[in-house]
Design a protein around this ligand. Structure first.
Ligand code: HEC
Ligand code: HEC
Length: 281
């Protein structure tokens, strides 16, 4: 009996402590949830968040972080503009409490526009030595991109296309990656592959199916190469291509269904019944 009471108290205490989010946790929340796509002082998958608390209102930021898609759907001009600027890459939605939002926004407000120009950008640069890619890395990356991973994850071409000589045409389930290196930089790719922030990719390379460091390096080399060596017009995977492929897929499925049915009708129940009835006569 006594131990039950103790346990209840322990749980209650843990809950109380758990909800007391301090500003210090803002950095932790940001690191855990946002750094795969955002960086202070540089553009990654998402925009550079330096000075964002000065650019946008507190209310707007809270709404955007909880559900950017709702703001976009409602036609908020700022949300729509930034969504289009980032080629329609969706941001994830975060079910944060008010306290957690206050903490993470407090953390972000520490990086004002002034800080950006001086130490933040410089520090970000200094912290990351430039990656070096050899031709062998590019070759290896091209091969890895179209084969399943050493740990069993699916090939990137299952979902992505890259327009590059010597590569089979890839899937159009997700964005075309021909010029992704130009868009988010080599460090951005390494960041995404290290901890994919997109649910579909996270599921594919989860836990024991995680990519190895070598695979990440080679694939990044290949994507940097593709970006530099493919004309900008070669990129496929626009909304229209997706539609065409989606439509093509539908036609194939319908054909399959039609064929199955046609065969069924020929060797149908009727035939069996006839045969059986003939036998009973
Ligand atoms: C999956 C990648 C991804 C993750 C994870 C992510 N974001 Fe974003 N974020 C984006 C993209 C892309 C945009 C550009 C707008 C759009 O496409 O909707 C954006 C835009 C924003 C903006 C608007 C910037 C502006 O200039 O108005 C804010 C603020 C923001 N994100 C904060 C956060 C915070 C805080 C987190 C973590 C809790 C986070 N984001 C996590 C991808 C991401
Ligand atoms: C199961 C499908 C799937 C597989 C497999 C997959 N991805 Fe993705 N990937 C996605 C989705 C979904 C997104 C989110 C953006 C979009 O909708 O295209 C994404 C986004 C990305 C982005 C960010 C694109 C941008 O413009 O911001 C990169 C880089 C990327 N993937 C690289 C890879 C690489 C490299 C591999 C192979 C190791 C891979 N992906 C395998 C589904 C997949």
């Amino acid at each position: 009996m006594k131990s039950w009471k103790m346990m209840c108290w322990a749980v209650a205490a843990a809950l109380i402590i758990g909800t007391g989010v301090s500003a210090q946790d803002g950095a932790e929340i940001f690191k855990k949830n946002c750094t795969a796509c955002h960086k202070i002082g540089a553009r990654l998958v998402g925009p550079d968040l330096t000075g964002v608390t000065e650019k946008r209102s507190d209310e707007w930021l809270r709404k955007f972080i909880r559900s950017s898609s709702s703001l976009i759907k409602a036609g908020d001009p700022d949300a729509v503009a930034i969504f289009n600027e980032f080629n329609g890459t969706p941001m994830l939605e975060f079910q944060f409490s008010d306290a957690e939002l206050t903490a993470v926004l407090g953390y972000l407000s520490g990086f004002g526009a002034q800080a950006a120009k001086t130490d933040t950008a410089a520090a970000a640069k200094a912290a990351e030595p430039a990656l070096v890619f050899t031709d062998a890395d590019v070759e290896q990356g091209r091969a890895i991109f179209q084969h399943s991973m050493s740990a069993g994850g699916p090939a990137c071409v299952t979902c992505h296309n890259v327009s590059d000589a010597g590569l089979i045409p890839g899937g159009l389930l997700a964005k075309d990656l021909t010029h992704v290196a130009g868009r988010i930089g080599d460090q951005g790719i390494v960041g995404i592959l290290g901890a994919p922030p997109f649910p579909a990719m996270a599921a594919a390379y989860n836990g024991s199916a995680a990519l190895t460091e070598k695979e990440v390096h080679a694939i990044t080399a290949f994507l940097v190469h593709a970006d530099k060596n493919t004309a900008a017009t070669a990129e496929v995977g626009g909304k229209n291509t997706m539609l065409i492929w989606g439509f093509g897929g539908l036609v194939v499925i319908l054909l399959g269904v039609a064929l199955t049915w046609a065969r069924r009708l020929k060797r149908s129940v009727r035939h069996d019944i006839d045969a059986r009835q003939l036998r009973t006569i």
